[in-house]
Design a protein around this ligand. Structure first.
Ligand code: BG6
Length: 448
């Protein structure tokens, strides 16, 4: 093997899922209903995930036909985690990322003490991982929150929700820090601006740009407060900020295409700057305070500057291309509709496959932040079919991962970038986040 393909010996290899897409048991053992539990399967859905109203939430909660809401049952990881972790361990992984469902520990979000059954479940789950020398990587907010905080408090735009979340997060850290050393307060924290309901529980009833930015700011403050708490508690705890890794290309060298690309990049930097550097980039800060009049107190800024993260985690599935020319073919992406890049192939769901884009974003983020990078999601969503001999030959997925890993090894060995690990999204098939379906699969297959 050539030197360039080596990965460091301490590298974290594994998979990633989220509680809301995997656990199921949505109303058992004391768990309360969450924002994920009202999401219908996309094709038949009467609910647009980006335009959810309180009226729709209430009628979904009354609907007892769980089959319409795939995240309610997930893949029943709640009952099968022990068997699943045992199987996953046969892939020789040393890390596995999942999330703690806020609504399983605090069913409505208002409780002071956590739900004992929830505590028991997560403790057992993390112990099970350790049994196989698998390091738990734990996200505290992954597209799920108690629905009551949406109906009664209006979601993350409300500072009360921020306080309730900090209480949940600190409780979780207190309960599990002996077993969990790697924490990620928020999944893709930048996504509040793209899908405000899924990321921040903002309903469509009175949605405004102001509320989206206020919610995002409240999440930044919560993240920093949690990191600060964890750092004070133990030097063994490592906290990562997590953003959506989007390598952005301008469609042409037209200056107006370039400014679009630059503006989109600024949004990745926004979350990185706040959580790694501990301060807002001036351009966006001025827009937020002067134009949108976002409520940002001096105390908030002090918390943000003192609760900075240790590593920068990101998901990476695809690159996006932006431009001003009209009538160019468009493609869907991970919640971002963009221009089809003529040089790239794409998945059936329109996500543009770009392994070199992974190396580009590693260079970009490391150059700017100089903290270890952690690829906590990378995967290929596809429809897999059984062949006559009952085999699935997912050569497309094998190629996808091989090509991305080759670029990652270049980033490590040629660009000398400090990369902590690589987690395959799914590893085990779960319900799709954006479309709530099972046809789009991410899992890996192995012979056992
Ligand atoms: C990421 C999310 O953005 O994309 C995951 O963090 C999600 O929760 C993943 O599952 C893939 O998206 P989808 O919609 O194909 O499940």
């Amino acid at each position: 093997m050539k030197q360039e393909s080596f990965f460091p010996s301490h590298f974290l290899w594994g998979g990633a899922i989220s509680a809301n897409q995997a656990e199921g048991a949505w109303n058992r053992d004391g768990k309360g209903p969450s924002t994920a539990d009202i999401m219908q399967y996309n094709k038949n859905s009467t609910i647009n995930p980006n335009k959810v109203t309180v009226k729709q939430i209430k009628s979904s909660l009354e609907d007892t036909n769980d089959n319409k809401y795939p995240k309610r049952n997930g893949i029943d990881f709640y009952d099968n985690y022990s068997k699943d972790i045992k199987l996953l361990s046969k892939m020789h992984i040393n890390a596995f990322r999942t999330s703690i469902a806020w609504s399983r520990l605090f069913p409505t979000g208002y409780e002071i003490k956590p739900n004992p059954k929830g505590v028991e479940y997560y403790r057992n789950l993390f112990c099970e991982m350790h049994k196989y020398n698998i390091e738990p990587i734990v996200t505290l907010s992954h597209y799920e929150m108690p629905i009551e905080l949406v109906i009664k408090e209006g979601g993350w735009k409300n500072r009360l929700v921020m306080k309730k979340f900090i209480h949940f997060a600190i409780t979780a850290i207190d309960l599990f820090h002996d077993l969990v050393h790697y924490w990620i307060p928020f999944n893709e924290i930048d996504s509040v601006l793209r899908h405000p309901f899924v990321s921040a529980g903002l309903t469509f009833d009175q949605l405004s740009k102001h509320d989206e930015y206020q919610a995002m700011h409240n999440q930044y403050v919560a993240s920093a407060a949690i990191v600060r708490y964890g750092h004070n508690l133990s030097s063994k705890l490592h906290f990562g900020c997590m953003v959506t890794g989007l390598t952005v290309y301008p469609y042409s060298c037209l200056p107006k295409d370039n400014i679009l690309a630059q503006q989109l990049r600024h949004y990745t930097y926004l979350s990185g700057d706040v959580q790694i550097k501990g301060r807002y980039p001036k351009i966006i800060y001025r827009m937020m305070t002067k134009d949108l009049k976002i409520d940002i107190t001096n105390k908030d800024l002090e918390i943000i500057s003192s609760g900075t993260c240790d590593y920068l985690a990101f998901s990476y599935y695809m690159s996006v291309t932006v431009g001003t020319e009209e009538n160019l073919p468009k493609t869907n992406g991970n919640t971002i509709k963009n221009i089809k890049n003529p040089y790239l192939e794409q998945s059936e769901w329109g996500w543009q496959i770009d392994p070199l884009g992974l190396r580009i974003i590693c260079q970009d983020l490391y150059n700017r932040y100089e903290v270890p990078l952690f690829i906590v999601e990378n995967g290929f969503g596809s429809r897999d079919t059984f062949e006559n001999n009952n085999e699935i030959n997912d050569f497309y997925r094998i190629n996808y991962h091989r090509k991305h890993l080759l670029q990652l090894s270049q980033a490590i060995n040629k660009d000398h970038i400090d990369i902590m690990g690589y987690l395959v999204w799914g590893l085990i098939d779960i319900v799709s986040s954006s479309t709530a379906e099972m046809d789009k699969r991410y899992g890996l297959f192995m012979l056992i």
